[in-house]
Design a protein around this ligand. Structure first.
Ligand SMILES: C[S@@+](CC[C@H](N)C(=O)[O-])C[C@H]1O[C@@H](n2cnc3c(N)ncnc32)[C@H](O)[C@@H]1O
Length: 281
């Protein structure tokens, strides 16, 4: 189906209803549902989600010279640099999957970090801010506990919805719902002093199965285990993604996807909107 027909086919009402459902579930129970979501989807998290070494190297380089780091929304410990002194993570299921010998984990949320002021050189938040109930409070806490540097890995919803074929061509409703739940880059940078933003290209064989990780491996998006590791799928629900995934399956079977995306097949990495944001604490 041509892209313009898809765009016309969006039903604003359906998107709004989906957002109301997602937001209502979060708001009605406060801290609980977000923890519950990782206490559920976290059970299979490690199956598809582990640090990609090239992205890890970017984070490690960015934190070079910072002798102590607090990792916020640390999850299972992916991308956690060696100098991490504490990991803040609300989900016990995620904490339980942290490797033996990793930094001590404290069960807490970004919005209330139970550590004293200026207790580390840097604070790090990787692929987590879209889950926070209060971004400003979380960033303020990072600034409070870190003496020198703040580092975020996140994505720009305005870029990914255009640059990533899955959202632009197959799942526009899910993409719109995901964009509304994501954090616009300028909302994050407005909370920071003199921030720097750098694109983080996604390797074609990215080891970490986040949303756009499989941009050159389209069959992966049909796999339930892959979907279970992505908030794109777990937060918007099957009803919204099923028609688009059925169409993707048909296009893969017919070879149409490969014909229309031939330009991607020899790319080794792609900027699909992931961004490293750094700032002074
Ligand atoms: C996609 S995972 C990323 C985990 C890890 N940083 C990584 O890169 O693998 C998002 C994490 O954010 C955590 N999280 C959710 N709400 C949070 C909050 N309010 N404060 C801190 N972390 C939160 C989740 O429990 C989950 O472990």
């Amino acid at each position: 189906m041509p892209r313009e027909n898809l765009a016309r086919g969006w039903r604003a009402g359906r998107i709004s209803a989906t957002l109301r459902r997602i937001r209502g579930a979060s708001a009605s129970a406060g801290y609980g549902p977000r923890v519950a979501s990782y206490d559920e989807l976290g059970r299979t998290y490690s199956a598809t989600r582990q640090a990609d070494p090239r992205i890890a190297a970017i984070i490690t380089t960015t934190l070079a010279g910072q002798r102590s780091v607090i990792n916020i929304g640390a999850g299972t410990g992916s991308y956690e640099p060696a100098q991490t002194v504490a990991a803040i993570e609300p989900s016990l299921v995620m904490i339980a999957q942290r490797p033996v010998g990793s930094a001590p984990a404290i069960r807490a949320v970004a919005e209330h970090v139970p550590l004293r002021d200026n207790c580390a050189d840097a604070a790090l938040a990787v692929l987590t801010i879209h889950h926070w109930t209060d971004l400003a409070a979380g960033v303020a806490e990072m600034r409070r506990v870190a003496r020198r540097r703040l580092v975020f890995l996140t994505w720009d919803p305005a870029v990914i919805s255009e640059a990533f074929w899955l959202l632009a061509e197959y799942l526009p409703e899910a993409g719109a719902a995901d964009a509304a739940l994501a954090v616009p880059i300028d909302r994050l940078t407005a909370l920071l002093d003199d921030p720097a933003i750098a694109p983080v290209p996604v390797p074609h064989d990215c080891a970490d199965g986040f949303g756009a990780a499989f941009w050159r491996r389209p069959e992966a998006y049909l796999d339930a285990t892959v979907q279970a590791g992505m908030s794109l799928f777990t937060k918007v629900g099957q009803r919204l993604v099923r028609p688009g995934l059925d169409r993707l399956a048909a296009d893969l079977a017919s070879g149409r996807w490969y014909g229309e995306h031939a330009g991607l097949l020899d790319r080794t990495e792609l900027d699909v909107g992931y961004r490293l944001v750094t700032a002074a604490a």
